[in-house]
Design a protein around this ligand. Structure first.
Ligand code: F6P
Length: 428
């Protein structure tokens, strides 16, 4: 189960992947044989797994969530009728079928290779065996397949051909359904590579201060150079575009990357309102209650005259939609903003998002496969402070200062004049 694009167009979506449920019933995937229509044991396992996935989906909806995606192969009219009867008549939830058809041989081959590399079913097979197995599985499905037919079935559906080349809709009504149809119509399922990095270490980071519009520290400047060297020396398959915030530290970090740049206001760091420019220690000293409230619920906590993580997610929505259509974009951002962006692409749990570790001087590369993303982190060899503060154990408003400050990362109290010497300058 994963949280997919959790705040896309205000919908809370969760994917219930039938094959994950199936794998729970089988220690090891054997072969395509379980997909044969006349394999009774295989069919029983697959039916049972589908039932479990649908039941979990119903529980998720009953909990008040918006949309459950049941990811399975409902390829016969009988299967679709049963599913529709259960969800709509027994449980009272509307159901929209999405039929994905791919007749483009080139796309199909690409999908097959992608599935082989990422599906848990094939992790113990050689590529040759896996290709053969997958083709046989497809043949079993093709024999059973009954295309959705508006004349014979009374269901709402969207048919997506060749990964979005043609999208047709039948009896699509309702706000959520229209949102999904809009999303599917604009979807571009091309392989995507996106890069994210925080700005280089800033003078405020060195001092443990939050917010503001400080310049890069000498080590931050070294990172900017190392980052530019990294991207400028990668084989130029396709040109990069760099998106920064409107703040100095991100622009300075991106300055030497040879690529067009866009400064996007929505990428600015969390506005800490009355706490802008303070250290965590000063926040505890001046506003101990605010500091404790934030620790109690960091996701929803809004700084007085400032923002919460939920606020950032709201303002990031258009940026994330735009980014979904892009390839080879390097986003140079900030700690809180990148937590939200990476959380979106990596389906992080909402309450874990404000504590995600997105260290300075690290490139995060996301590569798409299907609707998921693979993540690779590359730390460049330039020293920097750590700005990640874990949630302390004691979040009560009556806690002592020592308790409130236990997890504050160490920092300098004044800008050291010898920061160049402390850095990895010698190595660069
Ligand atoms: O400390 C760097 C920083 O980017 C601050 O500007 C910002 O307020 C903070 O991180 C956000 O992190 P957290 O939500 O963990 O305080």
């Amino acid at each position: 189960m994963e949280l997919l694009h959790f705040y896309n167009r205000n919908l809370f979506l969760l994917v219930f992947d039938c094959s994950e449920y199936r794998r729970r019933h089988m220690a090891l995937y054997g072969s395509h044989d379980i997909f044969r229509a006349d394999n009774q044991q295989g069919s029983a396992i697959r039916r049972q797994s589908a039932r479990e996935a649908v039941q979990d989906a119903m529980l998720w909806l009953k909990d008040g969530n918006s949309v459950a995606i049941f990811d399975g192969t409902n390829i016969t009219r009988e299967q679709r009728r049963e599913l529709s009867d259960y969800c709509l008549n027994d449980m009272g939830f509307r159901i929209l079928f999405i039929e994905c058809v791919c007749e483009d041989q080139e796309l199909l081959e690409r999908n097959i290779i992608e599935i082989l590399h990422y599906s848990a079913d094939y992790k113990n097979m050689s590529e040759e065996e896996a290709v053969d197995d997958l083709r046989k599985k497809l043949e079993h499905y093709m024999r059973q397949y009954e295309p959705i037919d508006a004349g014979l079935e009374t269901i709402s559906f969207v048919r997506v051909e060749n990964m979005g080349e043609t999208v047709t809709a039948h009896k699509v009504a309702g706000q959520k359904e229209s949102g999904i149809l809009g999303y599917l119509s604009g979807m571009r399922c091309l392989p995507q590579t996106l890069y994210f990095t925080r700005h280089g270490e800033s003078e405020y980071n060195v001092l443990g201060r939050i917010g503001g519009d400080a310049a890069l520290s000498p080590r931050g400047q070294l990172y900017a150079r190392a980052l530019a060297d990294h991207f400028n020396s990668l084989p130029a398959r396709e040109p990069y575009t760099v998106w920064t915030s409107e703040l100095r530290r991100t622009k300075q970090t991106a300055a030497d990357i040879r690529a067009p740049k866009r400064a996007v206001r929505a990428l600015n760091e969390l506005d800490a309102g009355i706490c802008e420019g303070l250290t965590y220690e000063e926040m505890q000293e001046r506003f101990p209650q605010e500091f404790a409230w934030r620790d109690q619920d960091k996701l929803h906590y809004r700084y007085p005259w400032g923002e919460s993580y939920i606020d950032i997610m709201t303002r990031l929505r258009p940026v994330l939609s735009a980014l979904e259509d892009e390839h080879n974009v390097i986003v140079v951002g900030h700690q809180a903003v990148l937590r939200c962006m990476l959380g979106y692409f990596l389906d992080a749990k909402l309450d874990e998002l404000p504590y995600m570790n997105v260290p300075l001087h690290t490139i995060v590369k996301l590569t798409s496969y299907g609707y998921k993303y693979k993540v690779e982190m590359t730390k460049l060899p330039v020293e920097c402070v750590d700005t990640h503060r874990k949630q302390p154990k004691n979040c009560s408003i009556n806690r002592t200062s020592a308790d409130a400050l236990t997890t504050v990362p160490s920092h300098y109290d004044t800008l050291p004049s010898n920061l160049w010497q402390n850095s990895a300058e010698a190595q660069l």
